[in-house]
Design a binder for this molecule. Structure first.
Ligand code: ATP
Ligand code: MG
Ligand code: MG
Ligand code: MG
Length: 439
């Protein structure tokens, strides 16, 4: 992409309404624009990162054997009356009436709708296990939308639902989700720690929230410092292998890690004092096993091996897709701007032409642009007629991992400058070597 032809409305001033760094940088880097309280338009740069995050989620869901679908944002109240949640959900639900006076709503989550799909088609245990998921806009009329996309009213969420014959099978689905989420967040350059969460009215031990540690997080968290040494990494995993998935669950959840909702001083006291950590965290996902709560309410039954009709065991599993942009920036930035992890960066590198209009500099930039593009990489070429200082400030703000700076003086010696956004270190190299370093 050539910056002269892109739409990157960078702000010089720090927007007064933004209280936390990710919100400030997303506005300044022209990634989002507020449309109304807690509702945002996604401008090209923000939209590009959102898509990258989405792609990673789809790839990891496919790896785990989960199947993508798309359900509508606007739903009829009828199913929600059947489950009992229409009245129970409260003021976070945006309720709408259509021209025929029918009660509709904007989906805050989709257990009812997906269970209705399931019960309409699936009759036999032979069709299980089944996990369906979607990435779709949700609406929750949050009492205090704030921090930009972190707590929006309209937000983008991955929500998945498993259907299994037995509790045991459903717990394997739970573990599978835990494993796939660990992989998903790591690919985004994030450490998201599974923490024991509150089952709420559903109860039970089977729910974990994934938290990214950050001072601006809304949850207070308590954890054993050993947990931050755990990494899923590149290990091979067979998602159908019950023992393997169970072992990962045990590895990642056996140490103390809880939010304030489930924090228990008596258990906490058993963690060695020098390993006790209290911090703040951002909830970027949650997994849940809730048994037959919805299948019983909505009569989602299958025939088991004995011919009996039994309600299926279910769970639901969410990732805060749009919130992740904020979380990633909170976890990775400096005082000049964002520092994108390689996995989600909107462009792989920036090319800064120090002297636009200089034949040699222009030609060298064009050649770099063509070579990088041919390698399947996406460069962002700042070909505008602007001061070098302004170009550098923009590149630092939008946080691409690499910058190649091209100017007549370096070119006389056959070199360009390659700068790492994360370390700030620069090296003078022939253009081919700079490309090789990035690729
Ligand atoms: P929170 O505790 O932050 O209100 P939640 O527990 O109500 O979140 P879930 O129902 O678990 O949310 O939804 C799954 C994921 O969707 C959350 O883990 C979070 O990352 C994201 N999410 C929830 N509410 C919002 C919101 N208002 N804006 C952006 N992302 C959200
Ligand atoms: Mg909430
Ligand atoms: Mg929560
Ligand atoms: Mg939650």
């Amino acid at each position: 992409m050539r910056l002269s032809r892109y739409f990157l409305p960078v702000l010089k001033e720090t927007p007064a309404e933004a209280q936390i760094v990710s919100h400030r940088y997303m506005l300044r880097a022209g990634m989002i624009k507020q449309a109304s309280a807690g509702i945002y338009s996604w401008l090209p740069l923000g939209f590009k990162v959102l898509r990258k995050i989405e792609d990673i989620i789809h790839e990891e869901q496919a790896r785990a054997g989960h199947i993508p679908i798309q359900m509508p944002t606007i739903q009829s109240a009828d199913l929600w009356r059947e489950s009992g949640r229409y009245d129970a959900y409260g003021q976070e639900m945006l309720r709408i009436t259509d021209r025929h006076d029918r009660d509709m709503l904007f989906t805050p989550t989709a257990e009812e709708l997906v269970t209705d799909i399931f019960r309409s088609y699936v009759r036999s245990y032979k069709d299980l296990p089944l996990t369906l998921y979607q990435i779709q806009w949700k609406f929750r009329d949050e009492i205090r939308p704030r921090f930009g996309v972190m707590r929006g009213r309209e937000f983008y969420m991955k929500d998945g639902y498993n259907f299994d014959l037995t509790k045991e099978d459903a717990l394997h689905a739970y573990n599978r989700h835990l494993v796939s989420y660990l992989r998903t967040y790591e690919r985004m350059g994030l450490q998201a720690i599974p923490m024991r969460a509150d089952g709420g009215p559903i109860g039970g031990d089977y729910t974990h929230e994934f938290l990214v540690l950050a001072d601006t997080g809304e949850s207070e968290v308590f954890y054993d410092s050993e947990i931050t040494d755990l990494k899923f990494g590149e290990r091979e995993i067979d998602f159908d292998n019950v023992d393997q998935c169970q072992a990962v669950l045990e590895e990642f959840t056996s140490r103390y890690a809880r939010t304030d909702e489930t924090h228990d001083e008596a258990v906490w006291a058993d963690v060695p004092a020098d390993r006790q950590r209290t911090a703040r965290g951002i909830e970027v996902g949650q997994i849940f096993y809730f048994g037959t709560k919805y299948s019983e309410a909505l009569n989602a039954v299958v025939q088991d091996q004995t011919g009996a009709q039994v309600p299926v065991h279910m769970g639901s599993h969410g990732i805060g897709v749009s919130r992740l942009l904020g979380a990633i920036i909170e976890a990775s930035h400096d005082d000049k701007g964002i520092i994108w992890p390689e996995g989600v960066t909107p462009f792989h590198c920036g090319i800064v032409n120090l002297k636009q209009g200089d034949d040699e500099a222009d030609a060298a930039c064009e050649a770099l642009y063509a070579t990088l593009t041919a390698l399947g990489l996406e460069p962002l070429y700042d070909d505008r007629n602007e001061r070098a200082g302004g170009k550098f400030a923009t590149m630092d703000l939008i946080g691409l991992p690499w910058r190649i700076t091209v100017g007549p003086r370096g070119l006389k010696n056959g070199v360009v400058e390659l700068t790492s956004r994360r370390t700030g270190e620069s090296e003078e190299l022939p253009p081919e070597q700079a490309v090789a370093r990035i690729a």
